[in-house]
Design a protein around this ligand. Structure first.
Ligand SMILES: [Mg+2]
Length: 407
């Protein structure tokens, strides 16, 4: 073992500056600190326990340089493979070890991943509105902030609260602080009637060049998704995301047969096995996994290298349920990989940035992880301790007759 690189402590830190985050902090004998994101939206404490009770004891005394061996130990050694809790825990360890290795090398992490393949990561922001004037204002606001690609979500007449559309004047945060999940209503036929006209209006207002994206959030059947993809073809979307429940890989064959609208999927996936059919048969165009939920930098790099062989690109998940640590890991990968597509960007709040100090920057539509050694994220314990965990849950969806639907 290299002198001083044994892991001396493994701390699991839970904080809630506007929303819950779980962070793993590893420290070596020499005092080098690595951070990893273990935030699993609405199930945060399960990953905290997995790390604290079952993983931290395995890490103490191990050489922090042995990233691959540690990854394999945690993946194969648990016997119970895959799943969001396990893979988020492994991801946190993996990120923290890469952070440590890059700090010891005195290099920003992307340099250890092969160096920069581009000058910055094209980012897309989230525009939404309850009606067209409000939506146009939101798109304009994003353009004013520098965004060069925009996701468009819209209210649908007859549906009271809807994914991606905040209440008037509110910042959008799907996980609401409450002891139980909120309930939202859903009507797929009303949604399918509404969305194409909204994209027609947005194209009419902003012209043909602006890359536009849309998230279906796993709510359609394959034939409904095929219909929406076809209806949206005139508006040249950058992608249609999560058009069907992601775990049914075969469903995308049917969607693909009917539409040339590019497809993105995978934010709920956690290993490369979830992508076998999708990538090998070229049923999708973009991989949506996050570093945090797919087993870390080591594992997501493998997924993206596999995807590259089939001309499938990255579109790494990046809403605020990825902590600034997980976001930094994504940005280092974005900069280094060849098959980069786009990066989701939902800025964290000022309060979150009091806890997580970041070197990453956003300018002129592009994100960059910065040049600090490691991931480029610092953790302020005093600020974190001012915001203890609060129960918060993603909503559930019900149809008009009360049937539970995919949220
Ligand atoms: Mg999504």
């Amino acid at each position: 073992m290299t002198h001083g690189t044994a892991i001396r402590s493994a701390e699991v830190l839970v904080t809630s500056p506007d929303r819950n985050f779980v962070t793993l902090r590893l420290t070596t004998e020499d005092g080098v600190v690595g951070l990893g994101d273990a935030t699993l939206n609405g199930r945060e404490l399960s990953v905290a326990s997995y790390l604290r009770d079952h993983v931290a004891p395995l890490l103490l005394g191990r050489d922090a340089h042995r990233i691959e061996d540690t990854w394999q130990l945690l993946y194969r050694g648990a016997y119970w493979r895959r799943g969001p809790v396990t893979m988020s825990a492994i991801a946190a360890v993996d990120m923290a070890l890469w952070d440590i290795k890059a700090k010891i090398a005195r290099l920003p992490l992307y340099q250890l991943l092969g160096g920069a393949s581009r000058t910055g990561a094209l980012a897309y922001g989230h525009a939404s509105g309850r009606d067209l004037p409000e939506l146009f204002d939101s798109v304009r606001g994003h353009l004013d902030e520098g965004y060069r690609a925009i996701r468009v979500q819209t209210a649908v007449p007859g549906i009271t609260t809807l994914y991606g559309v905040p209440a008037p004047g509110a910042r959008y945060e799907p996980a609401a602080r409450a002891p139980l999940p909120a309930e939202e209503d859903w009507d797929t036929r009303a949604y399918l009637r509404q969305v194409p006209g909204v994209f027609e209006a947005v194209r009419g207002e902003f012209g043909p060049e602006l890359p536009l994206l849309h998230d279906g959030h796993h709510r359609m059947t394959p034939i409904q998704a095929a219909r929406l993809g076809k209806d949206l073809e005139p508006y040249g979307l950058f992608w249609l995301e999560d058009c069907t429940p992601a775990e049914d890989q075969e469903a995308l064959r049917l969607v693909r047969r009917h539409t040339t609208t590019p497809l993105a999927i995978g934010e709920v996936f956690n290993t490369v096995w979830d992508y076998q059919t999708l990538v090998r048969e070229q049923l999708i165009d973009y991989v949506r996994s996050s570093v945090t939920h797919a087993g870390g930098i080591t594992a997501l790099r493998r997924i993206l290298d596999f995807a590259a062989q089939h001309q499938v690109k990255s579109g790494i998940h990046g809403p605020t349920d990825i902590s600034p640590v997980g976001m930094a890991a994504a940005l280092h990968l974005d900069l280094a990989i060849h098959n980069f597509g786009i990066q989701e960007h939902m800025p964290h709040t000022a309060l979150t940035h009091e806890v997580f100090r970041v070197s990453a920057t956003f300018a002129d539509g592009y994100l960059h992880p910065g040049e600090e050694p490691g991931l480029g994220v610092g953790y302020d314990d005093a600020a974190a301790e001012r915001h203890p965990y609060q129960p918060a849950y993603l909503p559930v969806s019900r149809l008009q007759d009360g049937t539970v639907h995919d949220w």
